[in-house]
Design a binder for this molecule. Structure first.
Ligand SMILES: [Zn+2]
Length: 463
């Protein structure tokens, strides 16, 4: 579609939906989802499904580990050989860690090794996190014909050179088999039936093309023909976000472009249809420190992006990169109207979109007498909510009003005040108390007065 069509096209609200997914777990016990969404169950290893407390083999002092469990020590050596093979681009050494009897797994590993060839890794390590992390089904055990096997959670940690200042952690559930006195890896999918599904990385999906930009790096599955436009969107969005948010973030992005929506879902450990109406997702851990937040990923849905015009793509990319920039100050207690409203505020800034064109659902509600009286609750941002567009529009207008009446700098200060870490020894603050104190200290207004002003602003703006 032509961007210069006379009628301003509005950006479909569903294309901006964001899910904060905890991809960078620190303990490795189970994949958790810090959710704005309701997708926890599909990750395969939600906390409820985790096995009995795992052996933290990797946490043991090296000496103790050696004496207490020679098996773990042997596995650690195997994993180190495997990591060294990746770091030194030694394909044969990498494949030598695979059980020759596991032909399909061997071929898949060979393909993944080749797929990742263009990605500039700064580090690549494995960590044995949990011994006996899952139980092999009897039928599967039988295929090893009496050989000794071992099932474990092994976390891959890696950094992309120049872009990740903290490692990305990616759990794998591996089956090891003892062949002629040597441990080898036989599979990475045997835990699936018990909910131990390893995280999918972009190089598991196909050959990865790499395109560096001024403000980040784009990793795309396939021939890479389309990556230039994503790189341009990223290079426009990062400085735009920087202008608003300021200097306290890494100032660069890693954008992942899967070949299609089905691949996007696989990267997110979700069912194929779960992201059918989502243009892009930013993964990361809420409240991660500034360095760790540099391991965030913007994962786009190429099927949805194809439907967008140039302005719309930039709005979506800017929205997502705002989440990356503000990650360290986005906490479990940060209200979603603020995190999404702020991302929309930055996304729509200078986009030429008017409230009339960008908030039609809310406009219709108000014209029909359904005037909002309270800021939207977190639950109203769940992707299954019918009134999801209105929730986003209300959050956007709240942030827009703060910027108009108090100034953009105060909006940023307010966001940071809400997400400020509590002093050491003090527990997690609740949303209401933190909001109240930010309203009073930064904006010099009570929450009740703010809400009244906002409701009047919404009515006036959408007329
Ligand atoms: Zn968002």
């Amino acid at each position: 579609m032509d961007d210069r069509s006379p009628r301003a096209r509005r950006i479909p609200r569903w294309l901006l939906v964001f899910a904060a997914i905890c991809a960078a777990i620190s303990t490795g016990i189970a994949l958790g989802v810090i959710g704005l969404g309701s997708d926890g169950s599909s990750r395969g290893s939600a906390p409820g499904a985790s096995p009995s407390p795992p052996v933290q083999a990797a946490d043991l002092p090296a000496g103790q580990e050696k004496h207490t469990d020679p098996r773990n020590e042997a596995i650690a050596r195997l994993l180190e050989r495997r990591a060294t093979a990746v770091r030194t681009h030694d394909r044969a050494a990498y494949l030598a860690t695979i059980d020759p009897a596991a032909k399909a797994f061997h071929d898949a590993q060979a393909a993944a090794f080749d797929n990742a060839a263009q990605i500039p890794f700064a580090s690549w390590d494995y960590e044995l996190v949990a011994a006996d992390a899952f139980t092999l089904p009897e039928q599967r055990l039988a295929t090893f014909a009496g050989a000794t096997v071992f099932a474990a959670q092994v976390d891959l940690t890696y950094r992309i050179d120049g872009f990740d200042s903290a490692p990305v952690r990616s759990p794998q559930y591996l089956t090891f088999v003892l062949r002629d006195g040597a441990w080898l890896i036989a599979a990475d999918t045997d835990g699936t039936d018990s909910g131990m599904r390893g995280a999918v990385q972009v190089w598991d999906l196909g050959p990865v093309a790499v395109l560096r930009g001024d403000s980040g790096i784009v990793l795309g599955v396939g021939d890479g023909t389309d990556l230039r436009s994503y790189q341009k969107d990223m290079d426009t969005a990062v400085p735009d976000v920087h202008k608003v948010w300021g200097g306290v973030w890494a100032g660069k992005a890693v954008v992942i472009v899967p070949a299609n929506q089905e691949q996007m879902a696989r990267l997110l450990g979700a069912e194929p249809q779960q992201y059918a109406r989502i243009a892009a997702v930013t993964t990361g851990e809420r409240g991660a420190d500034v360095d760790a937040a540099a391991a965030d990923r913007v994962i786009v849905n190429p099927d949805a992006f194809r439907e967008l015009g140039a302005v719309e793509r930039r709005v979506v990319m800017t929205h997502e990169i705002t989440h990356v920039a503000s990650r360290a100050f986005t906490r479990n207690w940060t209200p979603t109207w603020l995190s999404e409203g702020f991302a929309d505020y930055v996304g729509y800034l200078n986009s030429g979109q008017t409230i009339r064109s960008a908030a039609p659902e809310l406009r219709r509600d108000v014209r029909e007498g359904r005037v909002p009286r309270t800021l939207p609750a977190d639950e109203q941002f769940e992707t299954t909510q019918e009134a999801l567009p209105q929730a986003y529009e209300m959050g956007w207008l709240a942030c827009r009003m703060i910027a108009e009446r108090w100034g953009q700098e105060k909006l940023v200060e307010f966001y940071r005040a809400v997400g400020e870490a509590p002093p050491p020894g003090v527990g997690q603050p609740d949303q209401k108390s933190r909001l109240t104190s930010a309203f009073v200290s930064v904006l010099r207004i009570s929450p009740a007065d703010f809400t009244t002003q906002w409701a009047a602003y919404v009515q006036a703006q959408v007329k």
